[in-house]
Design a protein around this ligand. Structure first.
Ligand code: ADP
Ligand code: ASP
Ligand code: MG
Length: 407
């Protein structure tokens, strides 16, 4: 008998009909002789509604209370799925994050899982039940409810699979696997049969929201192979595993985009040691991820500093940066929240030249202006105006010849 962790995303549990469909898939796995732990997201759109409610009440919302509110979507779906299973004659129990418990740190809205207790889950499995656990939720050391960041149910599932030493971890979603780019933007995108943790980490960190980045970090750390596949078809999906020889050896394996970006420029900053540390230290202290940073050439002892942060963290970042800007004598702070980042990813880039220039040329031919660039061994990213995102993704997918049949 194997132990299987299955995670169903928001679209997969978007209505009572869909939850019944999920229940039948779960029951089928159980009937085949497996123990099953199911992780579910909130119904599609529910978490967005809860976030909106918080924003209407307080700007920015109180972090502790924000987590109390946004974690509730998953409470609904675990209860409904457990009921659907019971109706089909399969005993089941829902356990909230605090009942498992799933322990996290106290960084509200972006908490990290530190430990998962498995005794209660095993007791229920032993009693013949399917255990249904909410994604996204945890509890900190003092008993406060926490959430794991948007898309965090993937991470809940992988962390549970690691903690339970599950035989497999299946991520069920609304597409048939991981594609060369978002198939909802480029219908010709090709499904990748197998992808390495490292490549997937890069794609996830650059915006491919099909898996939350921390879920891939966990999978790599604990060597949990992931099977990303569709809830609505039987087709084999994509395996995310350690790198091996059967993986495709291509220069560019995918194109990603991230619209959750904002640009902050601090103008006329004195160019002297310690200024960058003074600005970026407190931002990091607030758990805000600064991505790209550009410092202009200094003129008469002054320079401009531009950096990007997630758009959802812009208000908080500004609250931190504005007093520092005043203190160091900056002339102005300018923000732009209509930017996006497009990237090309591929481990094959390590040994090829000319990839970045091909990307810049493809964007230029469409008249898309590049505001910022950053590169690593296996990716090139450009910040552009967000209204050009879809166009840029299509153009890059074509420029690097990523369409075609699955090999
Ligand atoms: P779920 O609710 O199941 O967690 P998400 O919406 O979080 O689903 O993730 C699935 C979505 O990820 C797809 O519908 C697709 O639009 C998007 N996506 C972005 N990049 C990719 C990619 N490279 N491959 C597959 N899907 C992608
Ligand atoms: N419901 C949460 C969200 O929408 C978590 C998840 O779906 O993974 O972000
Ligand atoms: Mg998701």
């Amino acid at each position: 008998m194997a132990l299987v962790v299955q995670k169903y995303g928001g679209t997969s549990v978007g209505s009572t009909e869909k939850i019944k469909h999920v229940a039948s898939r779960v029951k089928r796995t159980r009937d085949a002789g497996n123990d099953v732990v199911v992780v579910v997201s909130a119904m599609a759109g529910e978490t967005n509604k809860l976030v909106d409610l918080c924003n209407q009440m307080m700007d920015p919302p109180d972090p502790r209370e924000y987590d109390v509110v946004v974690s509730t979507g998953e409470q609904v779906t675990i209860g409904l799925l457990a009921m659907a299973l019971k109706t089909m004659g399969q005993d089941a129990i829902s356990l909230m994050g605090f009942q498992v418990p799933i322990h996290t740190d106290s960084v509200y809205a972006k908490a990290r899982i530190s430990r998962i207790e498995n005794a209660k889950i095993f007791d229920n499995l032993k009693a013949g039940k399917v255990v249904v656990v909410p994604g996204f939720q945890g509890i900190d050391e003092t008993g406060n409810v926490t959430t794991l960041g948007r898309g965090g149910s993937d991470t809940s599932a992988v962390a549970l699979a690691a903690a339970l030493k599950a035989d497999s971890c299946e991520i069920y979603t609304d597409v048939e696997g991981i594609y060369t780019t978002d198939p909802n933007i480029v219908p010709e995108a090709r499904k990748i049969p197998k992808i390495s943790y490292d490549e997937m980490l890069e794609m996830a960190s650059l915006g491919a929201k099909v898996l939350q980045i921390r879920s891939v970090e966990f999978a790599k750390k604990y060597n949990v192979p992931l099977h990303v596949r569709s809830t609505f078809t039987e087709t084999e999906g994509t395996w995310v595993t350690q790198e091996d020889e059967d993986m495709e050896q291509v220069v560019v394996s995918g194109v990603t985009y991230d619209k959750n970006e904002a640009k902050v420029s601090i103008l006329h900053v004195p160019d002297r040691p310690g200024i960058a540390a003074k600005i970026f230290g407190p931002i990091a202290g607030a758990s805000i991820n600064v991505d790209m940073i550009i410092q202009n050439i200094s003129i008469e002892g002054f320079t401009d500093l531009t950096f990007t942060v997630p758009r959802t963290d812009l208000t908080q970042a500004l609250r931190i940066v504005e007093p520092i800007g005043k203190e160091i004598g900056a002339s102005e702070i300018v923000t732009d929240d209509s930017v996006a980042k497009v990237s090309i990813v591929g481990t094959g880039m390590r040994s090829h030249s000319g990839i970045a220039s091909k990307m810049f040329k493809a964007l230029a031919e469409e008249g898309i202006n590049i505001m910022m660039i950053s590169t690593s061994e296996i990716k090139v990213s450009c910040v552009i105006e967000s209204k050009y995102t879809e166009l840029a993704v299509r153009v890059l997918h074509q420029a690097f010849d990523l369409s075609g049949e699955t090999v």
